[in-house]
Write a new protein. Structure first.
Length: 324
């Protein structure tokens, strides 16, 4: 495994109390593989990714347990200096909002070039040539002219391509993309996602793709991890999940995807709201919203049951859900 997160726990200590944002997450991704991480807002997708990258806000955040094993080393045991070197060079992150991730007063070419001057010791001229190459690579038209322009002179989709170019620049083994296309128009979303998937295959990188959008996942992901209240509730190869979910929450997410053949029909929504992380319900955290819930769900927390050698579900009644 390229990356293996094991039993990760993260809390946030705030004036109002302790928010238990990540409660024993384990997931992994191999070279050349794409893991999609799904779940509603607040389920802990980004916080888990931030802990992996080493960019968590500490304080108020605190990692209270677990391991992040990357290329054989537990990153949580390394010094900040060593982590900084790994970040960028060996793992990189792409965020939703390119405009706030790019420096507005430095040209795009200089920002891309800096990756090569700082990390690879290249001259400015060499770095400029590499920046143009990368802009070509992510299919920004007229790269040679546009390399001198500033971030605000690019459209949202083009800026996101620049972010992808930055992430790719040092050819990292792992990329984490946190909602990389959420801020874009639907048609542009598809183009950017296709580009990312293509480059991931070509460079044989591991990719963790965090998204709300189950629609895009089917085409690009190998595996899916579904998060709820800071836990993985289902983890499986993508085709297994689309065939039949083994957790009622996954089913709820799938049923809320708009489908072309059901135009005009009202969209299903999972009833209720995600829990308050300062006060997570006992037993199965999903029980207040679950159509299959019964007494045991209110008291006994489900472990991640083995559904198959490659699949797990944290539901006492996963068999029932699968047969449904
Ligand atoms: N800087 C912070 N300070 C305090 N609490 C935080 C902080 N960052 C995250 N949290 C807590 O962790 C929870 C999980 O946040 P996270 O950003 O991982 O959610 P997410 O699954 O990425 O949601 P979204 O889909 O909205 O991006 C939040 O609901 C919040 O309670
Ligand atoms: S354990 Fe119970 S409440 Fe939780 S998802 Fe399964 S059936 Fe629903
Ligand atoms: Mg997030």
């Amino acid at each position: 495994m390229l990356l293996e997160v094991r039993d990760l726990h993260v809390e946030f200590h705030t004036r109002d109390g302790v928010a238990r944002a990540v409660n024993g997450v384990s997931y992994g991704v191999d070279a050349g593989e794409t893991l999609a991480v799904l779940g509603e807002s607040g389920s802990g997708k980004s916080v888990t990714a931030q802990a992996v990258m080493g960019i968590l806000d500490i304080p108020p955040g605190r990692i209270t347990g677990g391991e992040v094993v990357f290329q054989g080393r537990d990153l949580l045991k390394l010094k900040e200096e060593e982590r900084r070197r790994i970040r960028g060079a060996e793992m990189a992150m792409i965020f939703q909002d390119a405009l706030s991730s790019l420096n507005p007063v430095i040209s795009v070419g200089d920002q891309l070039g800096e990756m090569f001057t700082v990390h690879r010791g290249m001259s400015r001229k060499e770095a400029r040539a590499r920046a143009i190459e990368l802009m070509d690579r992510v299919r920004i038209p007229a790269a040679r002219e546009r390399v001198k322009q500033y971030p605000h002179q690019f459209s949202g989709g083009m800026r996101q391509r620049i972010m992808i170019a930055m992430a790719l620049s040092l050819e990292p083994a792992l990329i984490i993309a946190d909602e990389p296309t959420t801020a874009l128009d639907v048609t542009v979303q598809a183009q950017v996602m296709e580009l990312l998937a293509e480059l991931q295959r070509e460079y044989r990188m591991g990719l963790i793709l965090i998204t709300h959008d189950l629609g895009v996942v089917a085409d690009v992901a190998d595996r899916i991890a579904v998060m709820y209240a800071g836990r993985i509730v289902e983890s499986a190869p993508v085709h297994d999940i689309y065939k039949a979910p083994a957790h009622p929450y996954t089913r709820g997410l799938l049923d809320s995807i708009p489908r072309l053949d059901q135009k005009g029909q009202e969209l299903y929504a999972i009833k209720g709201l995600p829990p308050n992380l300062m006060n997570i319900p006992p037993g199965c955290a999903f029980h207040p919203r679950c159509p299959l819930a019964r007494d045991v769900c209110r008291t006994d927390e489900p472990p991640l049951y083995e559904v198959s050698p490659t699949r797990g579900s944290a539901c006492h009644f996963w068999r029932e859900c699968l047969d449904d």
